[in-house]
Structure formats: C-alpha cells, structure tokens
Write a protein that binds this ligand. Structure first.
Ligand code: 10E
Ligand code: SF4
Length: 314
C-alpha cells in the first residue's frame, strides 16, 4: 500500500530537563573519566542509556553499589532525601541531574509540610519521580493514582491539606483527580492546576492536534517512559490506533495496512535520531511525503552545575 503521508507532531522529543541530564553525565565522563555511576536510568530511554553505558556510565539502583570515592549522578526524575543523605554519609561526589521543574515540586512538598499540612501526591505508584517527591518528607504524604483513590484517603485534618502532582501525568486524568480532591476537601490548596510541566503539556497538546488527522500514531519512546506512555494514550483515547516504539525495527508492517496518514511523535526522553530512523522505515513501507505540523515553539533551557559548565561535551 503506497502513497502514505507521514505527519510529524510539534513539539516532540527531548525537553530541557532531559537535555541537561544527559549533558551532565556526558560532561562528568569527560571531566572525571569512566566510570561515572548514575543512580537509575538518567532518563527512561534505552538508546540513550545504552549510549552512555558504552562511554563508561554505570547505572545502579542502590548507592551501596557505588564504590567509595566515586562520582554519582542522580537521574532527572529526582531522589528521596534518604538517597541524598546516604551519598553525603558515604562521601560520594554528587551531580544532581534532577530536572529543576521536579526540584520545584520537591521544595513545595517540604514547604507545605513545614506549614503543618498533610499532602496528597497525584502520580503513578512505583515511578522514581513519585518516590523522589514523596521521599522529601518523612511522613504525612499520601498517594492518589485515580479518582477512586480520593474517596478512600484517610487524612488527619481536612482543613490542612495540599496537593502536588507528578510532572508527566495525562493533563485530563490529573484534572479529574484534582476536581475530586477539591470536592471532597474544599480547603485543599495546591498549584493553580497541577505540576505538569511545559514539555508534557506541549507534547500532549501536539498529539491532540495531530490525532484527528492521522489513521495511526507512532510514539517513539521506551516502555518505562511515563510521559511517552501518556502520549500513546492521548492518541488512542481519540480513537486512533497508537503504538509506543523504542526504535524503527519495532514497527510491524501490519500496523500500516489500510492506513494513509501516519502520525509520529516522540516522548521527552527520545532522541531525534530515533525519529529520523522511524521516518526512514515508514518511507520504506510506503511513506511518500513528510509534513511537519505546526506547534508552539519551546525555548526553555536549564543551566548546568557550575563545575561542569566549562567542560566540553563528550
Ligand atoms: O518516565 P518519565 O516520563 O517520568 O521519564 P522520562 O525519562 O521518559 O522523561 C523525562 C521526564 C522526567 C525526568 C520526569 N519529569
Ligand atoms: Fe523536566 Fe518536564 Fe522534562 Fe520532566 S518532562 S525532565 S519535568 S522538562
């Protein structure tokens, strides 16, 4: 089946927090040499992690796996305070690649708790960002994953509550949970809407714009990438078959049968070279033209840690 049009969502792919996190590992490798230990995948992308591993990064989940005297980078998703204290107690050199927009939520959690408030975190259980954000305080923080969870929350004082959210949630799911919280606890305070970041919002909006024009949507991203999964769901919820693919080889030609317009986007941790490879594969499977869709421009950048600013990237 020939004559397929490829539509490219905008914006897509790397966000400012991911760019910074990868750059920190690359520059730490140049500045201090291998191995550089990284607590958790610095971003949830197999291609990125494999590339950094090949340059000498060693990915670990537990700081006890970092030998004394070494350097460790905290992933972009952030860490609980207990991990920070452990690194300090062990005398490890730390570079913190936590996205500044995640750190902002961490600071809010600490501030609210200091005011004597209990917190509700809206997010996905077991995700490292949720563990990091909830781990900013010793107690008094509850997780709500769904609207149903709101009904069963047990809080000490409904008049002293605040909420925060994971940065990569579905905008629509988060809004529904915030509504339920406000209904059950009218005195709850929080951000104006949520803590979903600019990149998550822009990528979801871009898929909402693209999906009605597409017969099938491919999201380039790894399976463990929360924001990439949300992009796939956004397309699927609009009635368009949607697939999360780690790379071009993941595409099953059967998914293209009878489809004329093929939408492509990428999660915040997926590099553009993978998108280019997906486009090439789609061309080999009948794609004849590529149309880049309009979208909001992004100009966000975050500064690197001072010690790495003058190091050449690897
Ligand atoms: O699984 P996530 O979407 O949280 O992470 P990712 O590494 O795929 O993308 C970057 C997003 C981060 C670090 C969360 N704010
Ligand atoms: Fe930061 Fe948002 Fe990117 Fe997460 S998705 S790293 S919060 S910019």
């Amino acid at each position: 089946m020939n004559d397929k049009e490829i539509l490219l969502a905008n914006p897509r792919g790397f966000c400012a927090g991911v760019e910074r996190a990868i750059e920190i590992v690359e520059r730490a490798l140049v500045r201090f040499g291998a191995p550089i230990y990284v607590r958790h995948e610095v971003v949830h992308n197999k291609f990125v992690v494999d590339g950094l591993r090949a340059k000498g990064a060693v990915f670990i989940e537990d700081l006890s796996d970092v030998p004394p005297g070494n350097t460790v980078v905290f992933s972009a998703h952030g860490v609980p305070q207990s991990v920070r204290s452990e690194a300090q107690a062990r005398g490890l050199q730390v570079f913190d690649a936590t996205c500044p927009l995640v750190t902002k939520v961490h600071l809010e959690v600490a501030r609210m708790r200091e005011q004597g408030r209990e917190l509700v975190m809206i997010g996905h259980k077991g995700h490292p960002e949720v563990e990091g954000t909830m781990g900013q305080v010793k107690d008094g923080i509850h997780l709500a994953e769904t609207v149903a969870d709101v009904a069963t929350l047990q809080v000490a004082n409904p008049d002293m509550l605040a909420y925060v959210t994971q940065t990569t949630l579905s905008m629509d799911d988060a809004a529904a949970i915030v509504d339920a919280l406000r209904k059950r606890f009218p005195a709850i305070i929080g951000p104006k809407k949520d803590d979903i970041c600019y990149a998550t919002q822009n990528r979801q909006d871009a898929v909402k714009f693209m999906a009605p024009q597409a017969d099938v949507v491919f999201v380039v991203g790894s399976l463990n990438s929360s924001n990439s999964n949300r992009l796939r769901e956004v397309a699927e919820l609009r009635g368009v078959p949607a697939y999360l693919v780690d790379n071009a080889e993941d595409i099953d030609p059967a998914w293209l049968e009878g489809k004329r317009r093929i939408g492509v986007t990428a999660g915040a941790s997926a590099p553009e070279v993978l998108v280019a490879a997906v486009i090439d594969r789609l061309k080999s499977l009948g794609g004849t033209s590529v149309r880049s869709l309009e979208g909001v421009p992004e100009r966000v950048t975050f500064p690197l840690p001072r010690e790495l600013q003058n190091v050449q990237s690897g």
